[in-house]
Ligand binder design. Structure first.
Ligand code: HEM
Length: 415
């Protein structure tokens, strides 16, 4: 366990601090410290590495034991599948495993409780988004009073979501034998006493943060790749080089160190995220009168929204080719003049897809690890062909995250 002196931290900040320690040290570090230098921070070393291994193992087991066999089967049967739905199930199982050491089995088995929860979760987030964007704020209070069907539906969905989360908390509170101390919730609970309601909110936040985001990113990525054969070819070349370097043959799984050498894939995923950010809009509520750095006045209670989707399409931010899918914009020559192209970090204020500042996404490195593992493994084994009738580009759903309205129908071909 990480030992941190939390005495001077208020409760909420302790949680964020702990998570920053657990998740915030990654493949490409924003402060520009090298990976090796970070590893010298001895007090965290064992624990962060153990968490990283736990994350990798959970992602790989779900991928190889469940996701890939489904793709293989659909390829053998030449069946059209909805890859968005599959990815959502994959990321849901995965975030539950990493965050709470629970396997809802959405990709296999009967997965009933997981599927019921997923449906309720989706319904609740959609209904809440509708409240949020309503032209009559507060109308929902009236609807609630008169028991409109949408409000009753929301009540029911929230009850299902809470039941799922409560079961996790109850079982975790009973386990005091330290058996499952690798997951995020156990690590978090080991540091302090929290009320079951507070822990329930943590569980729900983890699922919200970790499920639809990575699945949305991968869905748009596979859609983009289906019309950019040149990018796919470069990824395949890089994967071959990574295998040559590590001496692993095609049947061996990629490890965390292999992922660190996939600079082009990292760039291609970032380019997909830039054009189709899983959180396209982010809104903040101003607590007291303030002035933005450019002199704009913001009054107390005003909403301030930035639109990452629109920012990606501004020539003033990304240049004339802003609308093109061009992973090369994320690469630069390695320092020391070896001629290798390596991933180049971008300012989070230009690329706010993971937010920026002190409240930047804490799962960013975990998300890249998961996305790179899935993308590398799938691309190496299969061609993902988007079926012709799919709209171009596919329609979005009006929700917190940028999902495709009708999923993404694809055929899977073995390489
Ligand atoms: C491609 C994937 C992801 C994207 C694009 C993304 C994006 C974001 C964004 C935009 C925020 C800021 C939200 C706000 O303003 O309140 C955020 C916060 C957060 N994300 Fe992610 N996220 C991703 C994956 C993940 C994963 C896998 C986790 C795993 C647990 C995670 C955990 C969190 C947490 C805990 C916060 C809250 C941080 C805070 O409030 O200080 N995210 N993320």
């Amino acid at each position: 366990m990480i030992k941190t002196n939390f005495e001077n931290y208020p409760k909420g900040a302790r949680f964020i601090y702990l998570l920053q320690e657990l998740l915030g040290r990654g493949i490409f570090n924003a402060e520009g410290e090298s990976w090796r230098a970070q590893r010298k921070i001895a007090s965290y070393e064992f624990n962060t590495r153990s968490l990283r291994n736990f994350v990798m193992e959970a992602a790989a087991v779900e991928l190889h034991n469940r996701f890939i066999p489904i793709l293989e089967k659909s390829s053998n049967l030449n069946k059209v599948i909805d890859i968005q739905d599959l990815l959502e199930r994959y990321t849901f199982d995965n975030i539950c495993k990493v965050a709470f050491n629970v396997d809802p089995g959405c990709l296999s088995g009967d997965g009933t409780s997981g599927s019921e929860f997923m449906k309720a979760f989706e319904e609740a987030t959609t209904l809440i988004t509708k409240r949020f964007i309503s032209v009559f704020p507060g109308l929902h209070n009236l609807k609630k009073f008169f028991k409109f069907s949408s409000e009753l539906k929301l009540e029911r969905s929230i009850a299902t979501v809470h039941k799922f989360a409560d079961e996790i908390i109850t079982s975790r509170l009973k386990e005091s034998d330290g058996k499952s101390d690798e997951d995020l919730l156990s690590r978090f609970m080991a540091h302090s006493e929290y009320s079951p309601e507070f822990l329930r909110d943590i569980v729900v936040s983890f699922i919200l943060a970790g499920r639809d985001t990575t699945s949305s990113a991968l869905t748009w990525f596979f859609w983009l790749l289906s019309s950019h054969a040149d990018v796919e070819r470069k990824i395949l070349d890089e994967l071959e080089a990574v295998r040559r370097r590590s001496g692993k043959d095609r049947v061996e799984r990629y490890g965390f160190d292999d992922l660190r050498y996939m600079h082009y894939l990292h760039a291609a995923l970032s380019e997909g995220l830039r054009l189709y950010p899983p959180v396209p809009l982010d809104t903040k509520d101003c607590l007291k009168d303030d002035v933005m750095p450019d002199g704009t006045f913001i009054g107390k209670g005003w909403f301030v929204t930035y639109n990452a989707y629109a920012m990606a399409r501004l020539e003033s931010v990304w240049g004339e080719d802003c609308c093109e899918f061009r992973p090369e914009r994320w690469l630069e020559e390695e320092e020391g003049g070896k001629g290798n192209m390596v991933y180049r970090l971008e300012s989070p204020f230009k690329f706010p897809v993971f937010h920026g500042g002190p409240r930047i996404c804490l799962g960013k490195e975990m998300a890249y690890t998961q996305m790179k593992l899935v993308a590398a493994t799938v691309i190496e084994m299969f061609r993902v062909e988007v079926v012709a009738e799919e709209k171009n580009p596919p329609e979005h759903v009006l929700a917190l995250t940028m999902r495709m309205k009708n999923g993404l129908k694809v055929r899977i071909r073995k390489r």
